[in-house]
Design a protein around this ligand. Sequence first.
Ligand SMILES: [Zn+2]
Length: 202
Amino acid sequence: MQNDVLVLNRSFYAIQITSWQRALSLVYLDHASVVDEDYKTYSFEDWRNVSRAIKDHPAGFIHTPTFKIAVPEVIALKVYDRLPTTEVKFTRRNIYEHYNHRCCYCGKKLATSELNLEHVVPKSRGGKTCWENIVTSCIPCNLKKANRLPAEVGMELLIKPSKPKWRGNISLIMRSPVRMRTSWQRFIDTVYWNQELEKDNS
Ligand SMILES: [Zn+2]
């Protein structure tokens, strides 16, 4: 039986991995809900009832004299939303959120797949990869600007680069080694967006 349970915060971001004992006790105390593969959430009671109908469960079951309960694979916290952090991490997700998923040149609000990270002062001109020099940009604006300064191509930043003041970071704390489970994948994909990018420090 595999013991690890993925813990999500209230926004369904993966934040931690814990033991099944702790996971079940969090659910029992109503501090967390069990999350199934359809993103449905269950209280302890509900999950215990659902468990009766489950024949095969990848994480196995806990048997007590009076009932059996399936070991959750994923739980979502109800009480705590995030882990305490000191500073907003320089991550893709945070950069996209900071600029509200807008192109900082034309102001269009776009899907993440249609936005790029853009160096205002190009890297080739010594532009740093940091909050003060990175903006989100749509692909047409990105192509138009290319490796030049905005003024050189008659472009202007509608949204100026800045360092966020809010504390929005959520980071994944992984004990290692941890065996990845397929049921975790959709939640873990958010790691790509939450990973701290390499920053140039001048
Ligand atoms: Zn644009």
